[in-house]
Write a protein that binds this ligand. Structure first.
Ligand SMILES: [Fe+2]
Ligand SMILES: [Fe+2]
Length: 365
């Protein structure tokens, strides 16, 4: 039975996190209705006010947990940070289609194929929401795609690892989408409105992704000994790269403090990584699989699990382009972009023609 062969939806792997997404959505609606701090007037006019007044107002909006919107004044560094982060996120969604796309034609049944197709299509959709959110900051999608294929902007290091078996599709859903959710749920409360709203939609879909991955692994882990071994091998290979998805440890993280002050980021890399570990331990138990860390154990004092850190030197190598699949991923993306040129040209020609006709109609009327 699909979706019900492990604890019911309320206790499912992402039940708590989904609750947080819903709370963030409610807070967003609330914030839209609430006035800024009492006694504060309307936003200063960017054309007339000096920078200190504008900055003051920007800070008060963030302090009041209101959203910064595209037409609002914002410091250049806030805009640049958001463009970098949202673009990197959008690129990750698009490049992330490749490792799993690799298994669409080899999924073990029609049903598995349909589910995987839907999942990979969702990732394309996430890329589109996010490129659209980045465009509200004054950069075009063309520029962003250019920066990706020229290697001037990054995407998540995790997608530079190969998918060697069908179980990898399960491990990606469970661990990679799982880590993505833990990272992204707090972004539903990000101070930049378009990003926060995109993240609410993305997180709801990601929870389906995590669930489908969990279910694939659950079936394999309860199948033949060979299937269980395949599932275990996948978890062994994906565990540490998934932990590395949260980025370098807080002591080495360049962007954390400022992003937290701007309420773009709400938790540090290490806090989120810890949360992910604690969540996975319980779920691995339900799966009947082992997390490949002999030092993983509950720490009563910290009320959290102690665990082995991923190899951050490896993370840096992969980020710099030396992961197992970096070259393939970018080469594939370049090819797909070139192959799609005629579609973009045709769409642009169609839009121009439509605009021309509308103009003619206006003149005639
Ligand atoms: Fe996604
Ligand atoms: Fe996903």
């Amino acid at each position: 039975m699909y979706g019900n062969d492990f604890p019911g939806p309320d206790q499912g792997p992402t039940a708590g996190l989904l609750g947080e997404v819903e709370a963030a959505e409610a807070a967003l609606r609330d914030a839209a209705r609430r006035d800024l701090q009492a006694g504060r007037g309307a936003a200063p006019d960017p054309a007339g006010a000096d920078e200190a007044t504008l900055h003051d107002y920007f800070t008060s909006v963030i302090a009041a947990d209101q959203k910064i919107e595209p037409r609002d004044w914002m410091p250049d560094s806030y805009r640049k940070t958001l463009i970098r982060q949202i673009a990197q996120h959008a690129h990750s969604e698009i490049i992330g289609m490749q490792p799993e796309g690799n298994w669409i034609s080899r999924a073990p049944s029609l049903k598995r194929k349909a589910i995987l197709l839907a999942k990979v299509q969702d990732e394309a959709g996430h890329g589109l929401y996010l490129y659209a959110a980045a465009e509200t900051l004054g950069i075009s999608r063309d520029e962003l795609v250019e920066m990706l294929i020229e290697g001037r902007q990054k995407y998540s290091s995790i997608f530079n690892y190969p998918t060697l078996s069908w179980a990898d599709v399960g491990a990606i859903g469970w661990l990679v989408d799982g880590a993505a959710i833990v990272n992204q749920v707090p972004l539903c409360r990000c101070s930049y409105g378009p990003y926060a709203r995109a993240m609410i939609r993305v997180c709801k879909e990601e929870s389906f992704h995590q669930r489908q991955g969990f279910e694939i692994l659950h079936v394999l882990a309860h199948g033949t000994p060979a299937q269980k071994a395949m599932a275990q091998d996948s978890v062994d290979r994906w565990w540490y790269p998934s932990l590395a998805m949260f980025g370098p440890p807080d002591t080495d993280s360049a962007h954390t403090a400022q992003s937290m002050a701007w309420k773009i980021k709400r938790f540090s890399n290490d806090e989120l990584r810890q949360r992910f570990v604690d969540m996975c331990v319980q779920q691995a138990d339900v799966l009947g699989l082992t997390l490949p860390d002999p030092d993983l154990r509950w720490n009563d004092d910290r009320q959290a699990h102690d665990y082995t850190q991923p190899d951050y030197a490896e993370l840096m190598r992969v980020i710099k382009g030396e992961g197992p699949c970096n070259r393939d991923r970018i080469a594939h993306r370049r090819r797909a972009h070139a192959d799609g040129a005629w579609v973009r040209d045709a769409a642009a020609a169609y839009a121009a023609k439509q605009a021309e006709r509308q103009e003619e109609r206006k003149v005639a009327a």
